[in-house]
Design a protein around this ligand. Sequence first.
Ligand code: ADP
Ligand code: MG
Length: 333
Amino acid sequence: MYTKEQVREHVEELLDPSAEKTFAETGGLRFLDIDEEKDVVNLIIALEKLEDDYKRYVTRALAKLIKLDLGFTGVKAEFELLKRSESILARERKVKYVGIASGKGGVGKSTVAANLAYALKTLGKKVGIIDADIYGSSIPTILDMKITLPQGTDDEKLLPFNKDGIELISTEFFLAPDKPLMWRGPMLGKMLNHFFYDVVWSPEIEYILVDLPPGTGDVAMDIQALIPQCKMIIVTTPHASASHVAVKAGFASEQLKHELLGVVENMSYLNHAGEELRIFGTGGGDIVAKKLHTNVLATIPIGQPKNSLSIFGPDEEIGLDYLGLANKIIKAY
Ligand SMILES: Nc1ncnc2c1ncn2[C@@H]1O[C@H](COP(=O)(O)OP(=O)(O)O)[C@@H](O)[C@H]1O
Ligand SMILES: [Mg+2]
């Protein structure tokens, strides 16, 4: 039985005949999922030219690879156009993607992502956020934004939302209020593709922060595979229950060849009457950094901002911690 990663590696060696390059080179393998019940591999493939001859060629190559060589019962491929124009490619090369991951939910991943965005902005950087935590997206709430349907362009691209100059795209904008996301498999793959390839960010965008789903499940890994040039921040709390799984998330990112920028220990302590109370224990951030051979970039205490739901200003102590984090990210990238 082949794993998804193994199948992915094989498919990426196949040729996009319309580009005369492999899918690893074009980035055309947009989605891959194994339906274990039916023993079928589902794919979304983007071709440089979407002509019937090319589709037939790839369909045959896929059937040979997946059914004959790898032994699956079936293969189902959908094709789309590789829409990345040269200008978009050029921009993507310049844009620095920062993935924010954690082993479990509730450790403050989204809060850190949003505050990091503001801190980078304070340091003069133009920032976008992809809220890709599809099952628990929360950035619009953290930024106190109204949920509306995003605007499309004539060529089926998406315009991001803007809050205080920070651009944002989120699954939350595509869902009915208070309804969970039920999409799976190819549908989910399609939407995520849309997020990563079809958003018209401002040309000045320098950093795109990606709030990833927690853990090392299929969806979290699929999303990370969509951003090959991403560097990672791992968020944990001081407690072993968080750090234990944060280490796994770090290893999973490394498997996808994503460089680690470092670790953020959130909810590290509570400042009370001049004392730092370690109410969630100690050591989580250090353990994760040590096991992943990287550094602790910031320790953020427990606290609430003065003037906003979740965003700390540069005049607040925790706001300064986030500025320090932003500074390190700029230096390390
Ligand atoms: N340093 C902190 N101090 C106090 N509350 C925090 C802190 N960091 C996060 N929170 C709160 O903890 C909860 C979970 O944070 P969130 O960013 O949504 O976590 P995740 O994205 O990892 O699930 C939220 O209610 C958030 O406001
Ligand atoms: Mg979150």
